[in-house]
Design a protein around this ligand. Structure first.
Ligand SMILES: *[C@@H]1O[C@H](CO)[C@@H](O)[C@H](O)[C@H]1NC(C)=O
Ligand SMILES: *[C@@H]1O[C@H](CO)[C@@H](O)[C@H](O)[C@H]1NC(C)=O
Ligand SMILES: *[C@@H]1O[C@H](CO)[C@@H](O)[C@H](O)[C@H]1NC(C)=O
Ligand SMILES: *[C@@H]1O[C@H](CO)[C@@H](O)[C@H](O)[C@H]1NC(C)=O
Length: 378
């Protein structure tokens, strides 16, 4: 049964912000768009707080999904970010069937088969239908840089067994074809649904994962920026209407000697936040923030940041870059360990995100996804 509103009427908004001459896409009713550095919904500014709940489709009962959305709705959440992937391998299948684990892809040898049944994509259908019922829109990621939940290294392990580097994923044509086959499956299934806020190419794309990076993959050499370009164009060819974003952590490629040895700024991670934002089919920017994992003091000679101070610096850097690009920005994951750290630091970070307006438009929008500290991230 189709629970979301079918697409009947179209809104034709004329222009993006004054400084841009691009004609805005006309989208079906209920779809989110951007206007300069702001989001819009049906022609009006769309401000929101969000939740980053990668685990939601893993809930095994519809009642748990319902209860979660009820609580998010009551808390004012309007946008949810979650995983649009959950992959296992053939030897894990028996256990998954026994435990009721959600899985959409089963890898066997060099290929995967789709599970669109009750323990598979029907669970994601239910998440999206329930989201819409509670007026919550969903950012859906297609895979994960990290091995968790069947990330991109399952593609690497199965298509190129014994590969010694992680970043072959971004360049090997078999890998790209396999990823695109999955993307196409998901996009075609939900492309008419206003429950989708945006498609996300990958959670936290980096040159390295559980496998190391090759020396050929870094922002100056363009592996991930090129992959972002190709995949965002591919997604746009399937779906002209929904927003598209990277899902990246927001690493920079600053050609500044003071940052030459800092992994977050020297391009070694693979992203080039400023350049990636200029891609025509990257509609808005994302970044993440885990200072305790990302800022070993010695990486940054001569500076003495506190966890809070480093976070404020990272927020400012992204706000400035997004303002320059004239696109909206979402801080979609952040965290520190310890309750006391959270209660002292989070208000300061959220305050700074508000103060910097995350794009510099007239109104202030809170574009923050609160997530728990995930120790496997980073
Ligand atoms: C399947 O996944 C399990 C758990 O990650 C792993 O131990 C096993 O080696 C994998 N099997 C194959 C054939 O890849
Ligand atoms: C995996 O592939 C092998 C060889 O083609 C086949 O015998 C086996 O049944 C497959 N396993 C699953 C779970 O599909
Ligand atoms: C770093 O911290 C030490 C100790 O508080 C201080 O003396 C020093 O001036 C600081 N250095 C910089 C570059 O801020
Ligand atoms: C709070 O943050 C500091 C600085 O990173 C860290 O040393 C400390 O362990 C954290 N507290 C807890 C309870 O995790």
């Amino acid at each position: 049964m189709k629970l979301w509103i079918s697409v009947a009427s179209f809104l034709f908004s004329l222009f993006t912000s004054a400084e841009s001459t691009a004609v805005k896409r006309a989208v079906p009713q209920g779809f989110v768009t951007t206007r300069g550095a702001e989001f819009e919904l049906d022609g009006s500014p769309f401000a929101f707080v969000g939740a980053n709940s990668y685990w939601l489709p893993l809930l095994t009962t519809a009642q748990d999904v319902e209860t979660t959305f009820q609580q998010m709705h009551a808390a004012g959440v309007k946008v949810l970010r979650t995983w649009g992937f959950n992959a296992i391998n053939a030897s894990e299948l028996a256990g998954a069937l026994e435990s009721g684990l959600t899985y959409y892809q089963v890898w066997n040898n060099s290929d995967w088969t789709l599970n669109d049944g009750p323990q598979g994509l029907e669970r994601l259908d239910n998440v999206l239908n329930t989201a819409l019922k509670y007026d919550i829109r969903v950012i859906l990621a297609f895979t994960n840089n990290w091995v968790g939940y069947g990330g991109m290294e399952l593609y690497v392990d199965h298509i190129m067994p014994g590969a010694s580097t992680h970043d072959v994923f971004y360049t090997d044509p078999r890998m790209i074809a396999s990823y695109q086959r999955y993307v196409k499956t998901i996009v075609n299934r939900y492309k008419d649904s206003p429950a989708i806020f945006a498609w996300e190419m990958m959670n936290e794309a980096r040159c390295l994962g559980d496998l190391p990076s090759s020396s050929a993959c870094s922002a100056p050499l363009g592996t991930i920026p090129t992959w972002y370009k190709e995949q965002s164009d591919f997604i746009r060819s399937l779906d002209p209407f929904h927003l598209i974003t990277t899902g990246g952590e927001g690493h920079f490629y600053w050609q500044n000697p003071a940052f030459a040895s800092d992994y977050n700024f020297n391009g070694q991670a693979g992203e080039d936040f400023d350049f990636d934002l200029t891609l025509p089919n990257v509609d808005f920017a994302t970044y993440h923030m885990y200072p305790q994992l990302w800022y070993p003091q010695l990486d940054f000679p001569g500076s003495n940041f506190t966890v809070e101070g480093w976070g404020l610096f990272w927020i400012d850097a992204h706000a400035n870059a997004a303002k320059k690009a004239g696109k909206p920005l979402i801080l979609e994951e952040f965290g520190v360990t310890g309750l006391t750290n959270k209660t002292t630091i989070y208000p300061s970070w959220v305050g700074r995100a508000l103060d910097t307006k995350h794009g510099g438009q007239v109104q202030t929008y809170l574009l923050i996804f609160v997530s728990h500290f995930i120790s496997t991230t980073g």
